[in-house]
Design a protein. Structure first.
Length: 230
């Protein structure tokens, strides 16, 4: 494995530090779907005990990023088209509600932050770095969820976003998707600016629907390619 990032002995529990770093590596694509997560190399890489690594893996299993397989142990989860479709359906409903609540509840400062987050997404989309784009999108959603002021939506979406992140790279690499995504986010902001909860809900749901179509389309291409080479 390339690079070596050991854990700093700071106030945050070691387990949570390892969880964050391992999640980052999985979502960043360093560990591919179906790849085994072997304890010994991970212990050496992070400079922690097997117990800490096992606890971190168990946490990521609850998030759906890791699957424990008989006779193989922990592997990076693989999402089927059916899994992806189900996740996007739930994500669309929750983000639609979050958008409506934001339009109802957000103050002027939060609306200004959402405009700034949209501008940051636009700037990130002009770069070719996928991780920069994903980080900008995450920041946009952070602002949206802050303004929605609903802790249940936030906590539920965190788990869904973690699993969907396995596919977001695919959706954003679909031809023309970046420009479409930016227009969809702008529609959300426009509805918010008009204090239109229903418009914001529909714009959020529309964005997720289009993201789902792009991701599922790219996923089917990957499946076809793998079947042809197997």
């Amino acid at each position: 494995m390339s690079g070596s990032r050991q854990i700093a002995r700071v106030a945050a529990p070691l387990r949570m530090q390892v969880v964050e770093l391992l999640r980052e590596l999985i979502l960043g694509g360093e560990f591919e779907p179906g790849e085994r997560l072997v304890e010994a190399p991970l212990c050496q890489r992070f400079g922690v005990s097997r117990t800490v690594v096992r606890e971190a893996i168990r946490q990521l299993e609850t998030e759906g990023l890791v699957t424990i397989l008989a006779n193989r142990g922990p592997v990076v989860s693989t999402l089927t088209p059916a899994d992806a479709r189900a996740l996007y359906e739930v994500r669309g409903a929750l983000e639609g509600l979050a958008g409506a609540l934001f339009a109802q509840r957000a103050g002027e400062d939060q609306r200004a932050r959402l405009r700034a987050a949209l501008a940051a997404v636009s700037a990130a989309y002009q770069q070719g770095d996928l991780q920069v784009r994903l980080a900008a999108k995450d920041a946009f959603y952070d602002v949206l969820l802050d303004g929605a002021d609903n802790s249940i939506i936030r906590s539920t979406l965190r788990g869904i976003h973690a699993r969907v992140q396995l596919l977001r790279g695919l959706s954003m690499q679909a031809p023309g998707r970046a420009g479409e995504s930016l227009s969809e986010l702008a529609a959300i902001v426009d509805a918010v600016e008009r204090w239109d909860p229903e418009g914001a809900r529909l714009a959020c749901e529309g964005h997720v629907k289009e993201a789902a179509a792009a991701a599922l389309g790219m996923l089917s291409q990957v499946d076809v390619s793998e079947s042809a080479t197997s």
